[in-house]
Design a binder for this molecule. Structure first.
Ligand code: SAH
Length: 353
């Protein structure tokens, strides 16, 4: 696998451009700015897979674009349907890497859960994404195109992607610029035009990234993967905790909530005999008391390479009950995707073996 960033030489990738950037690129070619609007809309509304598809551009211009620019077009390597309308995609990049994306059906439309890196550096003990190590950051274009590939699949039946979650493989705040740029492109008018309020950035707790995102001026939902209420346990499960311990992460979450007015979600994967006792629940409640926050309990999705197991349904309900009685807003996530290897690097692992 290549470690280069996006491959295909140094031609600018127009799929990673904002509408105004596409417009100034066209102006740079001596074309009127409206050509930029056309190209942006071909890429993001009409799912053009090459400049050749852009049939309202003069032929000569299409040829010029192909010569001096490029547009990422991920290859759909596999599609795997699970229950409840969930579909898992394995998508190939131009340089021969592969990434996962998951489509989920929600009451009001389709959610796209996409990856931000090939592999991951964070090495969380229960997660499959980091097993093969880190390969490279995805470009903004590659993050956007995962959403477009899903949108293309649902559009024939009148559907469209209405929610984005950066919760696939990789750590979005470790690939900050490309992740935020991708969200801005997905929000842009003339493209998918998805509201920032329907986007979620999930992080293992990179404090400087959280604080930067708080000042970004985009009101996305922040989701923090906490998974443990004490530093000792979190150090063990998530090595990142040694750099950014729980108190700092909770403080950053509180800053995020204050600056954006958005309720922060704390993800907590329940692992049998590890972080799922009554005491853990009480400690977690104590940690989050008074915060504009919400806990999402996820029964662990067991990974073949790890020995961790999922707790019984009773244990999950008991843990949930303790948080509820402590007045911490809490839900238990439907385990969408568990039957199709979920969004935790598992499909890519299987494929890459
Ligand atoms: N790096 C980001 C986003 C990717 S992981 C983050 O850490 O949030 C997406 C979510 O899946 C995270 O909450 C992660 O902790 C969780 N996860 C990873 N492996 C899992 C597993 N085996 N079972 C359940 N959740 C898992």
């Amino acid at each position: 696998m290549s470690t280069s960033g996006g491959g295909a030489g140094s031609k600018p990738d127009l799929k990673g451009f904002m509408p105004e950037e596409v417009a100034s690129f066209m102006v740079g070619l001596g074309e009127p700015a409206f050509r930029g609007t056309q190209v942006f809309s071909w890429m993001h509304r009409n799912h053009a897979s090459s400049f050749d598809d852009m049939t309202n551009l003069p032929l000569a211009l299409r040829a010029r674009l192909a010569a001096c620019a490029r547009m990422t077009n991920l290859a759909v390597l596999s599609r795997k349907a699970g229950s409840q309308g969930t579909v898992k995609y394995l998508l190939g990049t131009d340089d021969g890497n592969s990434v996962e994306a998951v489509r989920m059906r929600y009451r009001y439309g389709t959610s796209a859960c996409v990856s931000t890196q090939v592999g991951c550096k964070m090495a969380c003990a229960f997660c499959a994404s980091g097993i093969g190590g880190f390969v490279r950051n995805l470009t903004a274009a590659e993050i956007v195109d995962q959403v477009l590939k899903i949108n293309l699949d649902v559009s024939p039946s009148g559907g469209r992607v209405g929610n984005i979650v950066l919760m696939g493989t990789g750590e979005p705040l470790d690939n900050y610029s490309a992740s935020v740029k991708a969200l801005r492109i997905l929000n842009a008018e003339g493209g998918l035009n998805i509201s920032f309020r329907r986007m979620t950035v999930s992080t293992c707790g990179l404090v400087p990234g959280i604080l930067r995102l708080a000042d970004e001026g985009i009101p996305v939902t922040l989701s923090i993967s906490l998974h443990a209420p004490t530093d000792d346990l979190r150090d063990e499960l998530m090595p990142v905790n040694r750099r950014y311990p729980i108190a700092e992460v909770v403080q950053a979450a509180s800053t995020y909530a204050t600056r954006t007015g958005r309720r922060v979600t704390f993800e907590y994967a329940l692992i049998s005999g590890v972080n799922d006792s009554d005491l853990h629940a009480h400690l977690l409640a104590g940690l989050l008391r008074g915060l504009l926050a919400h806990v999402n309990l996820i029964p662990l999705n067991p990974v073949e390479e790890r020995e961790y197991e999922r707790p019984s349904r009773d244990r999950v309900m008991r843990f949930l009950g303790i948080l509820k009685r402590s007045r911490i807003p809490v839900t238990s996530r439907r385990e969408l995707g568990a039957d199709i290897d979920a969004a935790c690097g598992q499909l890519r692992r299987r494929y890459c073996r």
